[in-house]
Design a protein around this ligand. Structure first.
Ligand code: ADP
Ligand code: MG
Length: 400
């Protein structure tokens, strides 16, 4: 088990500089933060360190400036918001990622104070995991804390290269919790273990599907990816998004795990998601010229029934239809509500994925009605699939 910040004795933080990789990638327009959920989630880790007399250096990316300084993507508004939210002696903004002024700012800090660095991706070396940038980042602090689960699968300088240069590397509370919950789902799920996978790209879900198909009691497939499996069964799928490359694999899985796989047998179809004309519900085959854009009512009922069977565990990633368009959101909303019901009836429910979490919100299911909402889309799927995540691996590697 990786060490979490609370595993270290309190006095190990006193007057020590702690580099914390956080995820402050919040929506900002015209210099205003629209929604600060990710900042609120970081409070426990930051205040824990500050209260123990650490000098806290926070680093995050914001948007995609691609290695240049984009003023609209500055983290300055985030520093201002943190100053209002945190109960710490002081919050400073560095104005740059690395360099002399940053070094001076760090040297001037008192125990308990917090310094936010400028957007990491203003530096070209961040996404390239450049060793020079890694060294500069690591030279700012004595201890490394990883608390950005959403980017933990990316081998970037602040996630991997810099982390390798610290003798002490720990997980913050957010990452600690993600590792604990997702390992439990992956390695010892309470049964029955049901999995719902929707969304659009099989490749993104491949490792997770490969790991889950043999393990789960039921795998429910919906959304765009279901059509590749239906096509593999020989069902006519019209113009639905079928990934030809994966048909042989889908056939193999259907043969091997026939007992465990549930597919939708009715569909909400239209000519296109953008122009939802000619909407109809069909059972079985989809006519040429039409796409399956949501699961039908019978599929919703069957899937919900399965989720409510017993307690156990349910893991869900990927919307069951084009939930962004109201006409094709019903199936996903039904599943979100069934997830909430399963939770209240005692199941352990986990939801991951950017779009899936957005869909849960659209369904007006609250975060408190899901046992664990993962902050990592790609990262949670890769973790479940047993893939190596650089930002987690580095926490247990022996220092060089
Ligand atoms: P997450 O971000 O939660 O991991 P994905 O990105 O894999 O989820 O999938 C979300 C996308 O899948 C949404 O944009 C949704 O519109 C799309 N989608 C779901 N079902 C279908 C479908 N039947 N046809 C086309 N797109 C679909
Ligand atoms: Mg997505």
């Amino acid at each position: 088990m990786k060490q979490v910040i609370s595993d270290l004795p309190d006095d190990r933080y006193r007057r020590r500089r702690v580099f914390v990789r956080v995820d402050f990638n919040v929506p900002i327009s015209n210099g205003q933060i629209r929604e600060d959920y990710r900042l609120r989630c970081a409070i426990p880790t930051i205040e824990y360190l500050s209260q123990r007399g650490a000098i806290v250096i926070l680093a995050s990316h914001l948007g995609k400036p691609k290695g240049t300084v984009v003023p609209a993507l500055s983290l300055k508004p985030v520093a201002d918001r943190l100053r209002e939210m945190l109960k710490v002696p002081g919050v400073k903004f560095a104005g740059a990622v690395v360099g002399e002024p940053v070094k001076h700012a760090v040297a001037a800090m008192k125990p308990g104070e917090v310094l936010l660095l400028e957007n990491l991706r203003f530096e070209r070396g961040e996404e390239a995991n450049d060793p020079v940038l890694a060294k500069q980042l690591a030279s700012l602090a004595d201890l490394y804390v990883s608390d950005a689960f959403g980017t933990i699968h990316r081998p970037h300088a602040s996630i991997y290269g810099a982390a390798q240069l610290f003798a002490e590397r720990l997980a913050g509370f957010l990452v600690g919790k993600e590792i604990e919950v997702l390992s439990q789902v992956r390695d010892r799920p309470a049964r029955p273990f049901r999995v719902v996978v929707g969304g659009i790209k099989i490749r993104d879900k491949l490792s997770a599907l490969k790991a889950l198909l043999p393990k789960a009691d039921t795998v429910i497939l919906g959304g765009g990816i279901a059509y590749t499996f239906l096509a593999a069964q020989g069902v006519a799928t019209g113009d639905s998004p079928v990934e030809q490359d994966f048909i042989p694999w889908a056939k193999e899985m259907l043969t091997k795990y026939q007992q465990h796989i549930l597919l939708p047998h009715d569909h909400v179809i239209a000519r296109s998601a953008e122009k939802p004309d000619g909407i109809q519900i069909v059972h079985g085959t989809i006519p040429a010229g039409f796409k399956g854009l949501d699961i039908g009512r019978d599929a919703s009922l069957a899937f919900a029934h399965e989720l409510l069977r017993g307690t156990g565990t349910v893991f869900w990633n990927g919307p069951l239809g084009v939930y962004e368009v109201d006409e094709f959101a019903d199936g996903t909303v039904d599943i979100a509500r069934a997830m909430a019901l399963a939770h209240w009836r005692g199941a352990f429910t986990v939801v991951g994925g950017g779009d899936t979490v957005a869909a849960v919100r659209k369904a007006e299911v609250w975060e408190t009605e899901i046992s664990h909402v993962s902050t990592g889309g790609g990262a949670s799927l890769k973790f479940i699939g047993g893939e190596e995540l650089p930002g987690i691996t580095v926490l247990s590697e022996t220092p060089q």
